[in-house]
Design a protein around this ligand. Structure first.
Ligand SMILES: Cc1cc2nc3c(=O)[nH]c(=O)nc-3n(C[C@H](O)[C@H](O)[C@H](O)COP(=O)(O)O)c2cc1C
Ligand code: SF4
Ligand code: FES
Length: 493
């Protein structure tokens, strides 16, 4: 067990990390107490005080904000105030943007009304049953059929070539070509090698991985096993956010019957927030350390987990691989759609779909379309006249934004764009790990400047953005001002 797993075990036993237990742990594993403190204090999930009976959390981020989140937070906070044994806190995106405004009690997601009911009765709700499985078009082959075929033929190079030619790019946000990444790690000489599936999904508006993990766990596992075969790894990890309890259970159930053929594939539950999704921060956490991003290069493909070549992909990327490895064709992709639409949800569409078509699948816009965020909090808002843009890397880049994580947030014409940009900037401020001063201080400064709404201050934001771009270690600081700049550039109000 690494240090984080040890801390989990202690917290599970007593509900919090007691001083005497930490001292005993320090003696047992021979790690100084200050080092244990350094790790445990980094992660908000680890507690230093006994927990209340009910732990109520309400999301403050964009999709929930659009669904009246501020009023929901105020109401729930008021409801919890003064109630013995009840703790309330605002939280960042819970990955439930399709049920905005989202709340959770003791990590169980629920509606505002249900949360109030829990507080009234002082009883948590039992876990909600899983939804009935739907048919997804990317799941049209025999389960683990591709894995068996590639194992039998041993022709890994042809498989990687098919993935490369299909044009598949990473679905975690950065869009790195998947076949190129697989080939790169395959060619590395150092051993052992590792595979990591990034299931940390925490960016406002993004919840497709949650649905894929729960409804298509076998495709994720098959993709990971194909990745391990491709690069020659014997150990693989699924790194999942701790709020995804039902999704973790679905993966664990599927693992019981998966033909892993000696691959040691395990689940690691993240104790942290959004920054842990950044690939090198994630690796630090997997190694039992504080989850701060590393300086890059080197990249995980050459120096990843324990300094060894590591293939890391997003949940959706892995889930799409089996069909692509079989057919050579990257035909389908997933979008999370939330905000001002009639039916928010996850949609699997053909590559080449436009925003207009996607909106039709969601029952249309509530009101009149003013703007949309095509790829999550790290991408720029686009105006309504881009409704016919194809939702793919190149067309969105040409339109002035990005596909990102495929998280579409729809905005109608009653909204104040600067207020939405403020909400996103505050998200980055709240989630900055603080390692780089410009990111830690700059995101706070940007929120203050947006709040002030003085034209002369807003005019300085491009310069602040330039500083963040040049001096931030990771993508959080580099993208933090992208939404607000898009608003200042493209929208009058
Ligand atoms: C602040 C930050 C948070 C991120 N969060 C996630 C995440 O939750 N899930 C994810 O797959 N990628 C996330 N990424 C991107 C990863 O660093 C990495 O690019 C990705 O896991 C690679 O997989 P892919 O090539 O399949 O997209 C994040 C990046 C940054 C900068
Ligand atoms: S850019 Fe921000 S989030 Fe990323 S490492 Fe630096 S301080 Fe942390
Ligand atoms: S759950 Fe609130 S923005 Fe995602």
């Amino acid at each position: 067990m690494n240090l984080i797993e040890e801390l989990y075990a202690l917290q599970e036993k007593h509900g919090w990390l007691r001083e005497e237990d930490l001292r005993a742990l320090s003696d047992r594993i021979n790690v100084p107490l200050y080092e244990i403190e350094g790790v445990s204090s980094f992660y908000p999930h680890f507690r230093k005080t006994p927990p209340g009976k009910l732990h109520v959390a309400a999301c403050r981020d964009l999709s929930c904000h659009l669904a009246g989140g501020a009023a929901a937070i105020a109401r729930l906070k008021g409801y919890c105030a003064g109630k013995k044994g009840v703790e309330f806190h605002e939280t960042s995106c819970l990955g439930r943007c399709d049920s905005a405004p989202a709340c959770a009690v003791n990590d169980e997601p629920m509606s505002l009304a249900q949360a109030e009911q829990c507080v009234k009765s002082m009883k948590p709700l039992p876990p909600a049953p899983s939804p009935s499985p739907r048919r997804w078009r990317c799941d049209d082959g025999e389960p683990y059929g591709v894995l068996r075929d590639v194992r039998k033929s041993g022709d890994v190079d042809s498989m990687i070539e098919r993935i490369r030619k299909s044009g598949l790019r990473g679905m975690g946000g950065a869009g790195f070509p998947t076949g190129v990444k697989w080939d790169l790690v395959r060619k590395e000489k150092a051993t052992p090698k590792y595979v990591v599936c990034n299931a940390d999904e925490s960016e406002p508006g993004t919840f497709k991985d949650r649905v894929i993990l729960e409804e298509l766990p076998h495709l994720v596992i098959e993709g990971i096993a194909l990745g391990a075969l491709a690069v020659g790894a014997k150990e693989a990890w699924i790194y999942i956010r701790h709020e995804y309890v039902r999704e973790r259970k679905a993966i664990e159930r599927a693992l019981k019957t998966a033909p892993l053929d000696g691959l040691d594939l395990r689940v690691f539950v993240s104790p942290g927030g959004y920054i842990l999704g950044e690939e090198t921060a994630l690796l630090e956490a997997l190694e039992g350390k504080r989850g701060e991003p590393r300086n890059k290069p080197p990249y995980p493909g050459t120096h990843g987990l324990h300094g060894k070549p590591t293939l890391m992909n997003n949940v959706e990327t892995f889930a799409l691989v089996p069909r692509i490895a079989r057919t050579g064709e990257h035909r389908y992709k997933f979008f999370s759609v939330s905000g001002d639409v009639a039916k928010p949800g996850v949609h699997e569409v053909e590559v080449g779909t436009t925003l207009r078509q996607l909106l039709d699948l969601c029952g249309g816009v509530k009101g009149h379309l003013k703007a949309f965020l095509p790829g999550g909090a790290s991408t720029g808002f686009l105006p309504a006249d881009k409704i016919d843009v194809v939702m793919d890397w190149k067309p969105l880049q040409e339109a002035g934004s990005a596909l990102g994580s495929g998280a579409v947030v729809v905005v109608n014409d009653t909204r104040d764009m600067l207020d939405l940009a403020r909400n996103l900037t505050a998200f980055f401020r709240n989630e900055s790990c603080g390692k780089c001063v410009p990111c830690r201080v700059g995101t706070e400064k940007a929120v203050i400047m947006i709040d002030g709404r003085k034209p002369e201050d807003l005019a300085l934001l491009p310069e602040l953005n330039e500083t963040l771009l040049q001096t931030s270690i990771c993508g959080l600081g580099q993208a933090a001002l992208t939404p607000v700049l898009s608003v200042l550039q493209r929208f009058k109000k």
